[in-house]
Design a protein around this ligand. Structure first.
Ligand SMILES: NC(=O)c1ccc[n+]([C@@H]2O[C@H](COP(=O)([O-])OP(=O)(O)OC[C@H]3O[C@@H](n4cnc5c(N)ncnc54)[C@H](O)[C@@H]3O)[C@@H](O)[C@H]2O)c1
Length: 439
């Protein structure tokens, strides 16, 4: 039997073993999707705490309940391990490791490269390897293939290689892993076929494309589209504010057009693992072809300035009250990068906090999803802060409250009633209010 036929048979009979490398926001939902369909999954990570947590049935991602992990453990469909030798036991290996930027804002593919090295040392004929991490077009066919073929096995003859971008949208209740169409592009026809068959077991609609590079480019395009459109409304927000026109009312009105307009909302700056970072993977790769990506660069420039704009609006609001930022107590409301999740990666709240600290403000915060500020790259060596309760006393004791993230469970009426000054970056308060400054 050919490798292709053998793998397809295992996939269709659900006897395939899937290895998921990188048990984070992308890896965990994939583990659940396969295991809950009755497919055996091995999860790999270098973070020993995650391995222990998952094997003990504890979820560390709030939107995935621990009970779901316990159920797949009980059914013996899932084991987490840091023994990468067990990659040999997998028929399909999905790579879900981070793809950040270096401090000079170039792609940092070291996680993908080191993971691929681990796979190379355990690669056996007939396996399928799929890269899920967001990256520039060409990564799968150049970097990943190059490393794997150092094993002596040949892509297309001995193993299958494909790219399939993750489209997780944490906190989105309308679309789950299973109901979000998944793009799949193989490095050759057979790889595309087996990868398509694998994902079809867990996802309602698989969108097959002609190559891994098209799939990589599609994912980057989705993220560039968001970054550019968010930058556009952020710029409009500043212009309209100077004109005395409320951008939120403008957007509500424009959105009544049933065609030719797609709504994006302004905000305090970009956050999360994807939108602030991924577009620069494209810019970097484009330079190799002698092409400039003006829209990407411009969007980055506009979006990166938004935290400073929020601080400027706070300064203006305090100034009207004869106060300076220096010595003021400022409560940041929402440290996560978006609504109703606890993910603080790249959150603009940290940049705003850093700028306020540099101006001499005293910083506090409230976030129902973030009990303590993590000591990350965004908050290095800063004092450990805990989320304050949003009591009337706490609110009244602050010189200003800056709404960075609009979590659903916050009582904004109470905030408005008790806060002296509110800087609203999310359009929580429509119309004019004496204690609200829009930013
Ligand atoms: N978070 C999202 O919503 C989202 C959405 C779409 C795409 N993506 C993309 O998916 C990829 C993963 O993102 P994420 O949000 O899941 O990241 P994450 O940080 O939540 O998880 C990555 C995991 O990989 C592990 N890891 C790092 N190096 C490893 C190695 N060498 N071997 C094994 N494990 C290793 C880390 O310990 C971590 O648990 C990124 O490329 C990201 O751009 C993320």
């Amino acid at each position: 039997m050919t490798h292709r036929a053998a793998l397809l048979q295992k996939i269709e009979s659900h006897t395939v073993t899937v290895g998921v490398i990188g048990l984070g926001y992308v890896g965990v939902p994939l583990v659940l999707a396969f295991a809950e369909k009755g497919i055996g999954v091995l999860g790999f990570d270098i973070d020993a705490r995650k391995i222990v947590a998952l094997n003990e049935g504890r979820s560390y991602i709030p939107q995935f309940a621990s009970e779901r992990i316990q159920a797949i453990n009980r059914a013996k469909r899932f084991t987490a391990t840091n023994d990468f030798g067990r990659l040999r036991d997998c028929d399909a290996i999905l790579i879900c490791v981070p793809t950040p930027l270096t401090h000079t804002r170039d792609p940092d593919l070291s996680y993908v490269a080191s993971t691929t090295e681990q796979i190379r040392s355990n690669l056996r004929p007939g396996q399928l390897v799929v890269l899920e991490s967001t990256t520039y077009p060409g990564t799968t066919d150049e970097l990943v293939r190059g490393i794997l073929e150092k094993s002596g096995l040949l892509c297309g003859r001995d193993f299958f290689l494909a790219f399939s971008p993750e489209r997780e949208d944490p906190g989105n209740k309308a679309y789950t892993t299973a109901t979000t169409p998944k793009v799949v592009g193989g490095c050759d026809q057979d790889a595309g076929d087996v990868a398509e068959a694998l994902y079809a077991q867990i996802i309602g609609k698989v969108v097959r494309v002609s190559s891994a590079a098209v799939a990589e480019a599609a994912k980057i395009t989705e993220n560039v589209f968001r970054a550019v459109n968010i930058a556009l409304v952020n710029e409009l927000k500043i212009v309209y504010e100077r004109m005395g026109v409320d951008v939120w009312e403008v957007l509500d009105v424009a959105a009544t057009k049933p065609f030719g307009f797609m709504r994006f909302n302004p905000g305090p700056g970009l956050g999360g693992h994807c939108i602030p970072l991924d577009p620069f993977y494209l810019s970097w790769k484009a330079r190799e072809y002698g092409v400039d990506t003006h829209f990407v660069e411009l969007a980055g420039e506009v979006n990166r300035k938004m935290p400073a704009y929020v601080v400027e609006r706070l300064q203006q609001g305090l100034n009207q009250r004869r106060k300076s930022v220096n010595g003021s107590r400022v409560l940041l409301l929402g440290m996560a990068y978006k609504k109703d999740v606890g993910d603080t990666r790249e959150s603009p709240a940290f940049e705003i906090a850093q700028q306020l600290l540099a101006l001499g403000a005293e910083i506090n915060y409230h976030d129902p999803f973030v009990a303590t500020l993590p000591d990350t790259r965004s908050w290095p060596g800063q004092p450990k802060l805990d989320s304050l309760p949003l009591t009337p006393q706490v609110l009244a004791s602050q010189d200003a409250v800056v709404i960075v993230t609009d979590h659903t469970q916050v009582d904004y009426q109470s905030v408005q009633k008790h806060a002296q000054l509110i800087v609203d970056t999310r359009g929580v308060y429509r119309g004019a209010h004496t204690n609200v400054v829009k930013a």
